[in-house]
Design a protein around this ligand. Structure first.
Ligand code: PAF
Length: 285
């Protein structure tokens, strides 16, 4: 049976029934407009030790800045429902804004990991990660999942949520799933829809740059600063506006002073705009 719920009473009824039966619940939080990347996450979680799979679709206003695309963010609920039904998801939770945020400006718990949250994507998208943590916290409390899966494309988001789960002793296992890409290497994202033909043709250069730079850094570790600077100039000549392109420590995204390669200790991250569309991508070294 596929349950679609947009209210707490019904949702809580199912969750408490499943808890009584000691079912393990797998959860994938999304903002909808489901693409193959999301569907692969669902397939992956279903292969884990779970009895029930929940997906949420909620375009969370709190994680969008005033000049961002909250209003235009693609909303395709009917299509999404069909895809979830085909994948045998047990429950879709698709609340509206007033249910998730009933009282404007009510005192809200703020979990602030200043270094992680104000850096990289957080420095350009002020308040973004607070909005993410707020909604993820609410969803975790409501749905009480045992396992939650996040995509590596939003690696900083994953680390921030992991940090929250550990610090608040939430009994939840988090899984990081590899980036799902189009055939030409572009990381799948709902925002790819905003790209016009010309931008779409250029977009895979971000992934190609990550691969090239990874190889170059591994060959010339002492030159990683200049390698990155050169690649940023190349991308800018191609019409990209680079928000950041950085080599960071993988465990906490701290700045790398000296590169000393040990397997999978580093990550290269990029955020760039093509036209009006901001894309992110990364690769683990
Ligand atoms: O990654 C996303 O789609 C969102 O940030 C999330 C985790 C669903 C919270 O709104």
């Amino acid at each position: 049976m596929f349950i679609i719920s947009d209210n707490f009473n019904e949702l809580r009824k199912y969750i408490s029934l499943w808890k009584q039966k000691k079912y393990r619940v797998g959860f994938i939080p999304t903002m909808g407009n489901l693409h193959s990347g999301h569907l692969r996450l669902i397939e992956q979680i279903k292969k884990r030790d779970v009895d029930k799979t929940i997906v949420s679709i909620f375009v969370n206003p709190r994680q969008f800045g005033p000049n961002e695309d909250y209003t235009n963010y693609p909303r395709t609920l009917e299509d999404d429902i069909k895809k979830l039904r085909d994948l045998d998801v047990d429950l879709l939770f698709c609340p509206d804004k007033d249910l998730m945020y009933p009282i404007q400006n009510a005192g809200e718990l703020k979990i602030d990991n200043k270094i992680l949250m104000n850096d990289l994507c957080g420095s350009n998208r002020v308040g973004h990660f607070n909005g993410v943590l707020l909604v993820v916290n609410k969803l975790f409390n409501l749905l009480q999942p045992n396992i939650v899966i996040f995509g590596q494309k939003d690696y900083q988001q994953y680390l921030i949520i992991k940090n929250m789960v550990e610090n608040l002793f939430m009994p939840i296992e988090l899984i990081l799933s590899p980036i799902i890409r189009e055939i030409d290497g572009l990381a799948m994202s709902s925002r790819n829809k905003y790209l016009n033909k010309n931008e779409r043709e250029k977009a895979p250069k971000l992934n190609k740059s990550l691969i090239t730079i990874k190889d170059k850094i591994l060959q010339h570790p002492d030159k990683f600063h200049s390698i990155l600077e050169n690649q940023i100039s190349e991308l800018e000549k191609d019409g990209f506006f680079i928000d950041y392109f950085e080599l960071r420590h993988k465990n906490n995204l701290s700045i790398v002073e000296n590169f000393n390669y040990e397997n999978k200790k580093y990550i290269l991250l990029i955020a760039a705009k093509i036209g009006n569309t901001r894309l992110i991508d990364n690769i683990i070294l």
